[in-house]
Ligand binder design. Structure first.
Ligand code: IPD
Ligand code: CA
Ligand code: CA
Ligand code: CA
Length: 282
């Protein structure tokens, strides 16, 4: 299994580099932008092309592996994590950034075996930062080791979060209410890069103390979760217990103290889990 993971990880890094070139090239040309669930839920031909490239390559090299990808799920594929080796892919994390040329756009490839995340590759391709981590072997950015911040005081911290893509006034109120509570702790600041994976890599790099969001999907966070954990951080469910990849909630923090402080403030709300069977999703 050890060798399989290394082989898969080397392949993931090569794929992420190739995907990054496609993303950068696309920025030079006119984009085909489409909407999914709403007018602010964007997808481009590049998201679809990158995901297809990764699926085709994984199928060819590892024909028995499972695959969960944002655009495949959008096209009706199931989102079920089994014990089989499974690739969990977000071809373009930060599509809105990509569309606007805002420079935080990441190709995310996570890999799980027996439902345990084994490695994560996040390529922030406009910044040309390749974040990698394998379980038990540390986290790196362009080969340099990563370490979370040792800050334990929330009032000396920067916290990352996002506004999400719901424009339902009730949901927006909840997001602002949570942000207000965090801001008033008080914290040094709140930041959001527009990419869940980049936010998490910034936790791993020690630039921000924590990132939380209600509404993410497993492909947004699977790869980066390994990077945070291997940089010494913690991943918890905003409701209770450790991270539940399919729950649509995440809190990634530098340590338990900061995580507990944030968890106390944040109010969660129910969302349809990623692993809900397609027939019952509507
Ligand atoms: C989104 C980004 C965004 C986060 C959303 C994600 P996408 O991913 O990570 O920062 O707030 O929850 O869905 O759609 O650009 O891949
Ligand atoms: Ca999307
Ligand atoms: Ca995403
Ligand atoms: Ca995406």
């Amino acid at each position: 299994m050890a060798d399989l993971c290394q082989e898969a990880m080397d392949h993931a890094v090569a794929l992420a580099k190739k995907a990054g070139e496609i993303v950068r090239d696309a920025l030079q040309n006119e984009m085909k932008i489409m909407c999914k669930s709403s007018s602010v839920d964007l997808v481009t031909k590049t998201d679809q092309k990158v995901e297809q490239l990764i699926i085709d390559s994984v199928k060819e090299k590892f024909p028995n592996h499972g695959f969960i990808g944002e655009e495949s799920v959008a096209a009706g594929q199931p989102c079920l994590l089994t014990d089989d080796p499974t690739w969990i892919v977000d071809p373009v994390d930060g599509t809105t950034n990509f569309v606007h040329g805002y420079p935080f756009v990441a190709v995310c490839i996570g890999f799980a075996v027996n439902k345990m995340l084994e490695f994560g590759v996040v390529y922030s391709c406009i910044e040309d930062k390749m974040y990698t981590a394998r379980r038990g072997k540390g986290a790196f950015c362009n080969g340099d080791p990563l370490q979370v911040s040792d800050q334990k005081e929330i009032n000396q911290s920067i916290i990352a979060t996002e506004f999400g893509s719901s424009r339902d006034p009730e949901v927006v109120d909840k997001i602002f209410s949570n942000m207000r509570k965090i801001l008033c702790l008080p914290v040094h600041g709140i930041r959001g890069s527009g990419s869940a994976a980049v936010n998490m890599c910034l936790v791993a790099a020690g630039c921000v103390e924590a990132y939380y969001e209600v509404g993410i999907h497993c492909w947004d966070v699977a790869a980066a979760a390994v990077i945070v954990a291997e940089a010494g951080g913690v991943l918890v469910d905003l409701e209770d217990g450790p991270l539940d990849l399919m729950s649509r909630r995440i809190l990634a923090a530098n340590n338990e103290t900061i995580a507990a402080r944030i968890r106390r403030e944040i109010e969660v709300y129910p969302l349809v889990r990623d692993d809900t069977p397609i027939e019952t999703k509507q």
